[in-house]
Design a protein around this ligand. Sequence first.
Ligand code: PLP
Length: 346
Amino acid sequence: MKSAGEVLDAIGRVPLAELPTPLQEAPRLARHLCLSRLLLKRDDATGLAMGGNKARKLEYDFAPILQRGCDVVVTVGGAQSNHAVMTAAAARRLGIDVKLVLGGPDFTRFRGNLLLDSLYGAELRYLVDDDDNDSLAAAMDAWVRELEEEGRRPYALPIGGSTGAGALGYVRAMRELASQLGEGPVQVVTAVGSCGTFAGLNLGARLFLPSARVVGISVSRTTVRIVERTIELVAESAGLLGIEPPPLAGSLECHDRFHGEYGVATDSGTEAILACARLEGVLLDPIYTGKSMAGLFALARDGSLDPSVPVVFLHTGGLPILFAFDEESWASSPVTRIPLRAPEEK
Ligand SMILES: Cc1ncc(COP(=O)(O)O)c(C=O)c1O
């Protein structure tokens, strides 16, 4: 009988990410937080678009798109969706057309990921002031029907690329981390949005790194909803691997007190962004990785993370969002203005 790893390798996957991503020591940040060892798993360096976790999921999500000969992919997200922009990048890399349904507060300028969406030539439909998942999904379904009536072969990709297949990207990532780290206990901290990454990491830990504790930091949903969705996704992924889903109810660890309002920067997130930039030269974004790092800071400080056990922070990307926040107060380095010298002084 094939092992889960062999089955994983046999499942259809379209290479899109530069793997393995680096695993880097962050010694100054570790000292700042009184941790014995802190490492950064640089999934912001997956290479697709401007990097991020979606690349690993899209490798699996695009396999059926190619298999079925689809000529256009339709997906959904918020205005600054990393998933949407990375889907657009993947589609262009594979010669496929792309349509995006985005929603949220109306925008006046194409900044951050919206700029990249337009560079990729994605056609956009925008639900003004509405980023409810059901509204986005309904608009996507309607667009898919229109495209079918026009004789196209569209494929609808759900929010966040979080499908049972997509989550396999993070089962594989856990195997990659195990080979980089070796045996032994470790605490892996990640942002949690649509749950695919968290689901994959939890299933991957059971299969390849059983001594790992996976700690989720929600960027939007409540822990109750995250646990429900993660269990569903793990069951789907386990089904694809031909194994029984592990009993995760009661053992999933996810914290939902660090996200503030979705899409709005928090003070603790800003503190984490500045500390990472200034202590390690590493950039985080205000919506996902800044908030998940703020969660890591808080859990390290209140003793919830074991300081004697290595901590791995999964850097899930999202950096273009920094450039949608250009008027934020962190852009406040001291500037000495040197006036142009008068001609006689030259
Ligand atoms: C930069 C970034 N980090 C983390 C996440 C969360 O990943 P997931 O949707 O798989 O929970 C997302 C997705 O929305 C993201 O864009």
